[in-house]
Design a binder for this molecule. Structure first.
Ligand SMILES: Nc1ncnc2c1ncn2[C@@H]1O[C@H](COP(=O)(O)OP(=O)(O)OP(=O)(O)O)[C@@H](O)[C@H]1O
Ligand SMILES: [Mg+2]
Length: 517
């Protein structure tokens, strides 16, 4: 093992050392950063306490206001830049996270901090081994999800334990442009390497290249991806049918619910629904004109391109599969239908063990599980959230706007990546900061791009960490367009009207059915 870097000593002030905090006097020339992990030596080789840098300051009696003022008047130079001033130094405060005790057989045992560490004890930069143990991280390889490094420590890799993280749900939040989708891409690469199949609802086409590079597939709603009529709920179906009177609605609802009861795993389509509607109509004693109106209205469903035969998930979800649903240009209503129906189909298949455990990720999740209102997709996504972990579906929810998501859902996630976020969004995240101190939460709005606060629970990430997310192997799509250049080089082309980079504009062509939500 490499010797750890010696950075300072525990010093005493009025309040510390205490059970939970120590003050570290930094040796000249040594630096730390908020969130960095250090280890305090209680007994060499045998007993350490791992601490996280909370705050720091310089003590400098040579640069008090009066001395500074006087020097100014006398035109004297300040000595403060010198490193050899005996009474000038830096101190940083550490939150003690975990004690590590060497036991017989050369094993580290963890316990809650419970030692008042003597002033004078040496402090080192944490080693990979102690940091990983204390936080609950893994060594790379063998079920590890390597996402980057602890800020300030290039060699402290943050490797999550897939078996702890993915049976639960993951939250990624941050203001626009902070690195959420980038991280989703890093996770995609790691999940792919672990062999776990994943489905990604890609609103902005950010992952289309990555999907190809990882040997996956891009599905286009309405073309290569359709959902079964039977995967919708009756409010969703009614929402797709224009101008239904009460009686019509009752007939359709009854027929739809009857079919749902009867249908096997393969579900049903519009033709079955039309037949069932005839039967129900007879029971209701509906007159022929009524029935022809109902049938005519139902025909509208044929023009909803996302409704169709469905896809064969069992075929698609092979080990390592990356199924990216490219939702560029898809309307809000259809997006809801897709997210809802895909969630329902996958949950159903998992309940019957027809597909392996999988990961489903949803960008702009606030659109699908809005706070305080029901949307077509929210009910099923709530179910997936509630039951998913028992059936082996992990949700990755991504949003710039956690205030717009149900608080319960935010809390149910067990691994959270919090990028720079607007101060007004912080409240929604109270309760998921784990043991991150106020000083770090306060600085969250200023986190650098690609850096996040990682928090979890005892099972996933035991202590909050600031993490620099690593470089991508795959291509990150969806870069912000350079408007000025695009305007400058713009030439109108009256012949060819392109609406989407690689999809036909089916809406205009085929008169898509509308969602009335
Ligand atoms: N870890 C990182 N390393 C290097 N560059 C990064 C990293 N994270 C983000 N970036 C850069 O920042 C840009 C924006 O990141 P990203 O697309 O992930 O933002 P986002 O949080 O998903 O934003 P939006 O909410 O607008 O979708 C990327 O295109 C990339 O250039
Ligand atoms: Mg994004």
């Amino acid at each position: 093992n490499m010797p750890a870097e010696f950075v300072g000593n525990v010093v005493s002030d009025e309040k510390t050392p205490s059970y939970s905090t120590v003050l570290c006097h930094l040796l000249p020339g040594k630096t730390t950063r908020p969130g960095e992990l250090l280890m305090v030596e209680i007994e060499e080789g045998l007993h350490y306490s791992l601490g996280r840098v909370r705050e720091g300051r310089e003590v400098n009696p040579y640069e008090t206001a009066d001395l500074s003022h006087m020097r100014g008047l006398l035109g004297l130079e300040s000595p403060s830049k010198r490193e050899d001033l005996p009474r000038k130094f830096k101190v940083v405060s550490l939150d003690l996270l975990e004690e590590l005790i060497m036991e017989e057989g050369n094993n580290w045992r963890l316990r809650e901090p419970q030692t008042i560490i003597p002033a004078g004890s040496k402090i080192f930069k944490a080693t990979e081994e102690t940091a990983a143990l204390a936080v609950g991280l893994k060594k790379n390889g063998n079920g590890g999800v390597d996402i980057g490094n602890v800020v300030g420590s290039q060699d402290l890799r943050v490797v999550l334990d897939a078996n702890k993280v993915f049976p639960r749900h993951v939250l990624i939040v941050g203001t626009t442009g902070t690195g959420k989708s980038w991280l989703r891409g890093v996770l995609a690469e790691e999940i792919n390497a672990l062999g776990i199949p994943q489905v990604n609802i890609d609103l902005h086409g950010e992952a289309t290249e990555a999907a190809k590079e990882l040997g996956g597939q891009n599905l286009i709603p309405g073309t290569t991806l359709t959902v079964k009529l039977s995967s919708l709920t009756e409010p969703e179906v009614l929402g797709l049918i224009p101008y239904l009177h009460e009686l019509h609605e009752q007939i359709v609802t009854r027929a739809f619910l009857e079919l749902k009861k009867k249908a096997g795993p393969e579900g049903f389509g519009l033709d079955e629904l039309l037949r069932e509607v005839d039967k129900v109509g007879q029971q209701f004693g509906a007159k022929p004109p009524t029935m022809s109106i109902v049938r005519a209205r139902l025909e509208a469903l044929r023009y909803v391109r996302v409704i169709g035969k469905g896809v064969n998930w069992a075929n698609l979800l092979k080990p390592s599969a990356f199924i990216n649903i490219d939702c560029r240009g898809v309307s809000h209503g259809e997006l809801q239908a897709i997210a809802g129906a895909v969630g329902r189909e996958l949950l159903g298949l998992r309940m019957r063990k027809m597909v392996p455990p999988l990961i489903l990720s949803i960008d702009e999740a606030h659109m699908f599980i809005p706070y305080g209102e029901e949307s077509p997709s929210s009910q099923v996504l709530r179910e997936v959230i509630r039951w998913g972990r028992h059936y082996g579906i992990c949700l990755i929810l991504i949003t710039p706007s956690p205030t717009d998501i149900d608080r319960k859902i935010i809390r149910i996630t067990n691994t959270r990546f919090i990028f720079a976020i607007e101060p007004d969004q912080l409240d929604a995240l109270r309760g998921v900061f784990a043991d991150a101190p106020e000083e770090i939460i306060y600085r969250l709005p200023k986190l650098e791009q690609g850096t996040c606060l990682l928090t979890g629970s005892k099972e996933t990430v035991r202590h909050a960490l600031l993490v620099k997310i690593k470089a991508r192997k795959t291509t990150h799509g969806g870069a912000t367009p350079d408007i000025i250049n695009e305007v400058k080089n713009f030439k109108a082309n009256p012949e060819k009207v392109e609406t989407k980079p690689d999809q036909a504009s089916y809406k205009e062509e085929e008169g898509l059915g509308k969602w009335s939500h």
